[in-house]
Design a protein around this ligand. Structure first.
Ligand code: 2DT
Ligand code: MG
Length: 206
């Protein structure tokens, strides 16, 4: 069996990541794939509960301390994620280390310092960046109540994301309709999955 593919959706708030992740998981399941959704921050763990308390403003934490907690929240998920990928389950992931670096750097921390704790995490096979201009994000019913949901910070976060953007990232224009974005994301994901299956077949024939 081919290793599962790690498909990451990144982007600023209101770009539609969670909607698109859910639609992608459902579409891949309907096509017979074994697939699971992961979301960061994963708020259900002990570390996740601390992050949740911080984001909902019921707890204050030093910028570096919360950055490390976000990273630790990924590290504590690593073994289970690796196991699933090895078992052939695809993972659709809603935010990851790029969000970690983008938000903390936007708050004023050093980019390189922010990248360090995530070094060695499993690398995504496909990163889809859902890009939405901040003004458009604000028009979509405005931002919510959580700590980072402010126009000024979101603007900076988007700038850092665009700096982090690697050539292999697929940029999805999040101004498009939900259905149009879904089709584009599903096509990219299916192509990546086919590549993985092909690589496995080639390996068997060697
Ligand atoms: P959600 O609204 O998607 O639950 O995110 N964040 C996220 C960070 O600052 N660092 C991280 O490592 C991650 C994964 C982005 C809640 C907020 O947490 C921010 C928005
Ligand atoms: Mg949010």
């Amino acid at each position: 069996m081919a290793r599962g593919r790690f498909i990451l959706l990144e982007g600023c708030d209101r770009a539609g990541k969670s909607t698109q992740c859910a639609m992608l998981v459902k579409a891949l399941q309907e096509r017979g794939h074994s697939v699971e959704l992961c979301k960061f921050p994963e708020r259900t763990t002990t570390i996740g509960q601390m992050i949740h308390a911080y984001l909902t403003n019921s707890k204050e934490l030093d910028d570096k301390a919360i950055h490390l907690l976000f990273s630790a929240n990924r590290w504590e998920a690593m073994q289970a994620m690796k196991r699933k990928l090895e078992q052939g389950t695809h993972l659709v992931v809603d935010r990851y280390a790029y969000s970690g670096v983008a938000f903390s750097t936007a708050k004023g921390l050093d980019l390189k310092w922010c990248m360090n704790p995530d070094k060695g995490l499993v690398r995504p096979d496909l990163t889809l960046f859902l890009d939405l201009p901040t003004a458009e994000a604000e028009r979509r019913g405005g931002f919510g109540e959580e700590r980072y949901e402010k126009r000024e910070l979101q603007e900076k976060v988007r700038e850092v994301f665009l700096r982090l953007k690697a050539k292999e990232w697929v940029v999805v224009d999040a101004r498009k309709s939900i259905e149009a974005m879904h089709q584009e994301i599903l096509n990219e994901a299916e192509q990546k999955i086919r590549e993985g299956e092909q690589a496995k077949e080639d390996a068997l024939l060697e």
